[in-house]
Design a protein around this ligand. Structure first.
Ligand code: GLY
Ligand code: MN
Ligand code: MN
Length: 457
């Protein structure tokens, strides 16, 4: 980021979040001090680094995208003061790496109260930590963070005889910030809507351009083209483009396998736009027409997704959409004789014994936000006993994926007609006051509609 660009959201939004966080800190410990550092730059190989991606929690509270920054938030009974440590201006480095905001411009630009060059951290932190009781940090996050923290605290402890107290309570900052991040603000939902629309367009492009004889990487290139061409900064995660049997490998990547007529292609790909992820999966026939067995399993998966969508509403728990999907998938597996009714006796027993997991081994949903597997507890906050906590109740403005699938590996007791079929259908849902809104349906999901899109090319 440079002062010539703008923050993703107005500085007031980040200030509002810091103020909300301060409120929660007061409620928990009366006050305290937060230290939160952004992500480090990562080298890929000699002299070449990975594209930089800020830390999501840090970004949520500051809107600041540069590396080398630390936020210190000083919370007392009446005020919350933000101190930002950032890279100092450096004309020589800026020629090579681009503009730096610098501490002089930071207060006005970011709306923080104070800013310092990050070279001052070791000097300023012991002062800021003096006489603070509760210290909010990422607990046990990295050896380097722990080492620096210990250094600062040792410096404060060294002043004990001068009457200075060092922090005595170490608290987890992530739990508080992640609970806030679980509920999306209107501007966040709007950004996620745009991210999902770009990803849907990319999936459409992939369906339209897919031809037998291409390779998985050709499709990956189409996706990347569509993401970047629409202004998305990055993929939200590495794209999966899986031809034929590869679709049964859950964490497959786009590789070089040939797209063969008669096989399915599974694409799980989403862009990151302005720091927010989208996450879409579609599965389609490479030659444009589902075979009988492919269509049968596809329609079961889609019906499972529809059941899960219907169960995604406020008041239901996080697990209810999954349970609804499992019910439909398991019944479908029995209907298609992939599971034996004779052996299992009933759909309920096939679920209770976990027999269906052979073909459906992952959960139906995860939170979605700045991180593709976004933060926020999947259990209700409250009870201190993790085993006692019920699954999270869905509430308006939570965002989650709904992604049932079926994965049929070759086996003696499985009809050969189904071998190597892997199907997943994934959409992004915003919980509303009465149900949920799917924001990723800019690409069709119905089998007939997919075939029509592919025919039209
Ligand atoms: N693309 C990652 C996931 O679907 O969870
Ligand atoms: Mn997902
Ligand atoms: Mn996905």
């Amino acid at each position: 980021m440079s002062p010539s660009e703008s923050l993703i959201f107005p500085a007031a939004i980040y200030r509002e979040r810091r103020s909300e966080l301060a409120k929660r800190i007061r409620a928990q410990s009366g006050g305290g001090i937060v230290i939160l550092t952004t992500a480090q730059e990562q080298f890929r190989n000699r002299d070449s680094d990975f594209p930089y991606r800020h830390d999501s929690d840090f970004f949520y509270l500051t809107g600041f995208e540069e590396p080398g920054a630390t936020l210190v938030l000083q919370v007392d009974r009446h005020s919350a003061i933000a101190h930002l440590f950032c890279r100092p201006k450096d004309p020589e480095r800026e020629i090579w790496d681009g503009m730096r905001l610098g501490p002089e411009a930071a207060p006005e630009y970011l709306g923080v109260e104070h800013a310092y060059p990050n070279t001052e951290l070791d000097h300023e932190l012991p002062k800021l930590l003096s006489d603070q009781t509760a210290l909010y940090v990422r607990l046990a996050s990295s050896a380097e963070t722990d080492r620096r923290l210990r250094h600062w605290i040792d410096r404060v402890r060294g002043q004990a005889r001068a009457g200075v107290n060092a922090p005595t309570e170490f608290r987890d900052i992530e739990a508080l910030v992640h609970e806030m991040r679980l509920f999306k603000e209107p501007s966040e939902i709007e950004t996620m809507r745009r991210a999902a629309a770009i990803s849907a367009k990319a999936h459409l492009r992939a369906m339209r351009t897919c031809r037998p004889g291409q390779r998985e990487y050709h499709i990956e290139a189409e996706l990347l083209h569509a993401f970047r061409h629409s202004g998305a900064q990055s993929v939200a995660y590495n794209s999966i483009v899986a031809a034929g049997a590869n679709a049964c490998i859950l964490h497959y990547r786009a590789s070089a396998a040939e797209l063969k007529s008669g096989d399915l292609c599974l694409i799980d790909a989403g862009c990151e736009l302005d720091g927010y992820a989208s996450d879409i999966t579609r599965t389609f026939p490479i030659n444009g027409k589902f075979s009988g067995p492919q269509r049968a399993l596809y329609d079961i998966t889609l019906a499972a997704q529809e059941a899960a969508v219907a169960a995604t509403k406020p008041g239901n728990t996080f697990m209810q959409p999954h349970d609804a999907a499992v019910q439909v998938l398991t019944q479908g597996l029995l209907d298609e004789k992939l599971l034996s009714l004779h052996q299992l006796g009933s759909v309920d027993n096939a679920i209770e014994t976990g027999a269906y997991r052979r073909f459906y081994m992952h959960r139906t949903s995860h939170w979605l936000g700045m991180d593709v597997h976004d933060v926020g507890s999947y259990r209700e906050p409250g009870s201190s006993d993790a085993n006692e906590k019920p699954w999270r109740t869905l509430q308006a403005n939570m965002v989650l994926t709904i992604e049932p699938g079926l994965y049929i590996r070759p086996a003696d007791d499985v009809s050969e007609a189904f071998w190597n079929i892997g199907i997943r259908i994934e959409d992004d849902a915003v919980v509303t006051d009465s149900g949920c809104e799917l924001i990723s349906r800019g690409v069709p999901v119905n089998a007939d509609e997919i075939e029509a899109v592919m025919r039209a090319g």
